[in-house]
Ligand binder design. Structure first.
Ligand SMILES: O=C(O)CCC(=O)C(=O)O
Length: 287
């Protein structure tokens, strides 16, 4: 895959937004002529790709998908999240049928995966306009670092602050692998299509985006945001988890705007005790 131009990489503020919310949305980023073609391509099905195939070698039989991932803004975002030459984990065409009468429960797309310093990203491409009736993907901002297992989140309904995607044609949403999400009930007369690819990084995810604004105040503001479904106390853990992830992907483990990580990792080494800490030596000192 050609290296994306610097200007197509995400900024630090955009990356911080992703680290805080678990999602990044690019409205109408795919041109209309591709969106027009897409439904027929997705209806025909996208041939399988063996797990772990490097992106540049994947989708040899799917020129449409190759064009999709090579669009400069999309290539720039993929590079920013997972770096050059990620591996394709899997891909799928998701269809919510017209008036199908069912919704998916909330779920994450893998077993518990709490890597604190790495993540997979899922590209979701919506070729059509998605209206509220069409059952756009439900997702829960800020849920991606919470430790729950795959479909167990299905017991939760209607979390405060959840979002249901409505979007113009050609929208791409990138999701952190852990985010709670689910396709909603399609109450419209139109089948709703979405194409998803999950990418695994093959390099350490450190400073893969445009870092010119690394210490912009808006980075701290993005990382510190809360969401209405968070508990007063446990919600703070999400901020802690995010800062840990941000430290890992920036390579700066001193960055901690509200000192949550600093507090709980504070283990000073300097000993100022008057007497020796070795009990045998201490006995001798007493004698
Ligand atoms: O169809 C959708 O909106 C979401 C489907 C999905 O992400 C899934 O099945 O994991």
């Amino acid at each position: 895959m050609p290296q994306p131009h610097h200007k197509n990489l995400l900024t630090s503020v955009q990356m911080a937004h992703f680290v805080a919310t678990g999602a990044f949305r690019m409205d109408a980023v795919v041109p209309d002529e591709m969106n027009q073609e897409a439904i027929d391509v997705l209806k025909a099905g996208i041939p399988g790709v063996p797990y772990g195939t490097p992106l540049s070698e994947a989708f040899q039989d799917s020129p449409f998908v190759q064009r999709l991932v090579q669009l400069p803004e999309i290539a720039g975002a993929i590079h920013s999240f997972v770096g050059p030459e990620p591996a394709v984990d899997h891909h799928a065409v998701h269809i919510r049928r017209a008036n199908e009468g069912e919704a998916q429960n909330l779920h994450g797309d893998a077993i518990i995966d709490v890597r604190p310093d790495a993540f997979d990203v899922q590209l979701m491409y919506y070729p059509q306009e998605v209206t509220l009736e069409m059952g756009g993907t439900l997702s829960v901002p800020g849920s991606h670092l919470r430790r729950t297992n795959e479909t167990d989140t299905g017991r939760y309904q209607n979390l405060l602050g959840q979002t249901r995607l409505t979007c113009p044609p050609g929208t791409v949403v990138f999701l952190h692998h852990g985010i709670w999400h689910g396709g909603r009930k399609n109450d419209s007369a139109i089948d709703r299509y979405m194409f998803k690819i999950r990418f695994n990084p093959t390099v350490r995810q450190v400073r893969l985006w445009n870092t010119e604004d690394l210490y912009d105040d808006q980075v701290a503001a993005a990382l510190g945001q809360s969401f209405p479904w968070y508990e007063n106390a446990t919600g703070r853990l999400e901020i802690y988890n995010r800062v840990k992830l941000w430290q890992a992907i920036t390579g700066d483990d001193t960055y901690d705007p509200d000192y949550w990580v600093t507090r709980v990792s504070n283990r000073p080494r300097r000993v100022v005790a008057q007497r020796s800490l070795n009990p045998h030596a201490a006995k001798k000192e007493m004698a």
